[in-house]
Design a protein around this ligand. Structure first.
Ligand SMILES: N=C(N)NCCCC(=O)O
Ligand SMILES: [Zn+2]
Ligand SMILES: [Zn+2]
Length: 324
């Protein structure tokens, strides 16, 4: 199951006790690039596309910003009791190249290049990009695993139909994914939703598509352990995709994003819910909607780097076939 590494074990990150972590070009968590190793179990890949946004642009710069903010990550995850870079060959696969001028063409390019990576057997943690990119990523994952369970962490439903007549946007990827049969409609949930909607029909439509909803207020009232437990029960052993729109966090925890909504999760709550998913059959994930131009002191990029590290750790645990 875990890739052969020529007997020597996985190639790990640059040793920060020898080469200062602020030196040299950034890869995610200072991991090797894909071309520096024979094969990868888990690949972090950038998807610098933001032509699908309805409000503030800039998520195209997220992969670079999140890599820079990931230099301080260390190799052992105490909360999950795993050293993901020892357990698996984790790499930085660079950025998917896609056009910023044509949404449909970009979606096709993202699907093709993500599928190329998935076909090698690697599991992906994608760094967006705006939320449009979840659709081609889900296509690539569903080609290999069939329809997947989805936990969607976001302030927004992202199951709207069109914006200005455009069906492929950052507010519509999960409606398209249901229509295309990419999702297992028995096991879908939004987490962290809040804020004004266009009308009450938005929620009815969303329910009709099969989604459960754990609002930001539910997280406050029920607490992270109960929420994580309920989500684990809902997804069971199904192949699971986790999509994290960084705007699930309160703007205090993630100011650098395109469509901020007050009243969100803390980064501590989000990370604890993710850790509560240990043991799930995670097969792919993304972290999207970081827009560095609106960030301050790298708050949002640091949060996204830690979310990506937790997702890599959950994938590593799953590949090792154990849970805590
Ligand atoms: N996926 C994100 N971040 N936002 C969707 C908001 C769509 C709207 O403008 O109503
Ligand atoms: Zn959102
Ligand atoms: Zn979103």
């Amino acid at each position: 199951m875990v890739a052969e590494h020529g007997g020597a074990g996985p190639v790990g990150p640059t040793d920060s006790a020898r080469t200062p972590r602020f030196a040299g070009p950034a890869t995610f968590a200072r991991l090797p690039r894909l071309d520096q190793v024979p094969g990868a179990d888990i690949a972090v890949v950038g998807v610098p596309f933001d032509t699908g946004v309805s409000y503030r642009p800039g998520a195209r710069f997220a992969p670079t910003a999140v890599r820079e903010a990931s230099r301080l990550l260390r190799p052992y995850h105490p909360g999950l009791d795993v050293s993901p870079f020892k357990a698996c060959q984790v790499v930085d696969a660079g950025d998917i190249a896609c056009t910023p001028y044509d949404i449909g063409a970009a979606i096709a390019e993202i699907e093709l290049q993500a599928s190329g990576l998935v076909d090698t057997g690697a599991r992906l943690v994608a760094i967006g990009g705006d939320h449009t990119v979840a659709l081609p990523l889900l296509r690539a994952v569903a080609r290999r695993h069939g329809p997947v369970a989805l936990l969607h962490f976001d302030a927004h439903l992202d199951t709207w139909d069109t914006y200005f007549g455009e069906p492929y946007t950052h507010g519509t990827p999960f409606r398209r994914a249901v229509e295309e049969g990419l999702l297992d409609t028995e096991a879908l949930s939004h987490v962290g939703t809040r804020g004004p909607l266009y009308g009450s029909g938005d929620l009815a439509e969303d329910r009709r598509l099969g989604f459960g909803v754990v609002t930001a207020a539910d997280v406050l009232r029920r607490g992270v352990d109960e929420v994580a437990h309920a989500l684990r029960e809902r997804v069971g052993d199904r192949p699971l995709y986790v999509s994290v729109d960084i705007d699930v966090l309160d703007p205090a925890h993630a100011p650098g994003t395109g469509t901020p909504e007050a009243g969100g999760l803390t980064s501590r709550e989000l990370l604890e819910i993710l850790r509560g998913l240990a043991g799930a059959n995670l097969v792919g994930a993304d972290v999207v909607e970081v827009a560095p131009a609106y960030d301050h002191a790298d708050i949002t990029s640091v949060a996204a780097a830690h979310v990506a590290y937790d997702l890599v750790s959950l994938l590593a645990l799953n590949r090792m076939g154990r849970s805590r």
